[in-house]
Design a protein around this ligand. Structure first.
Ligand SMILES: [Zn+2]
Length: 114
């Protein structure tokens, strides 16, 4: 893209949720925020924990912190399976990453495309 002030080619940098454009010649700069596909997704997804997960203390503590369930509810969830949390795509993605790290088996409903 070209600078709106002097017509030189601008440099663009991509941040977390914005694109920063700067003109190296005249110093013109602009910031455009954008929404990624996952942030625009208004579907609510459920993380469903499979039954028969190991209910180690560290895992229980982590999941309890993520879901807001108490210790016993969390232990029950890991052993018997069930819905852990229902939330929007960005939150589900973050929690799913944490679950992968501790090796908890789960699936997401409906199909999670990210
Ligand atoms: Zn310029």
């Amino acid at each position: 893209m070209k600078c709106l002030r002097c017509g030189s080619e601008v440099l663009s940098e991509t941040g977390n949720s914005e694109i920063i454009m700067k003109c190296p010649k005249c110093g013109w700069a602009a910031v455009t925020t954008y929404m990624s596909e996952i942030e625009e997704d208004i579907t609510h997804y459920s993380i469903v924990v499979e039954r028969g997960n190991s209910a180690e203390k560290e895992v229980i503590r982590l999941i309890s912190g993520l879901s807001g369930m108490n210790f016993l509810e969390t232990r029950n969830l890991l052993t018997n399976g069930g819905t852990m949390i229902v939330d929007c795509a960005t939150v589900i993605k973050k929690i799913a990453t944490d679950l992968d790290m501790v090796g908890v088996r789960y699936h997401i409903e409906p199909e999670f495309p990210y």
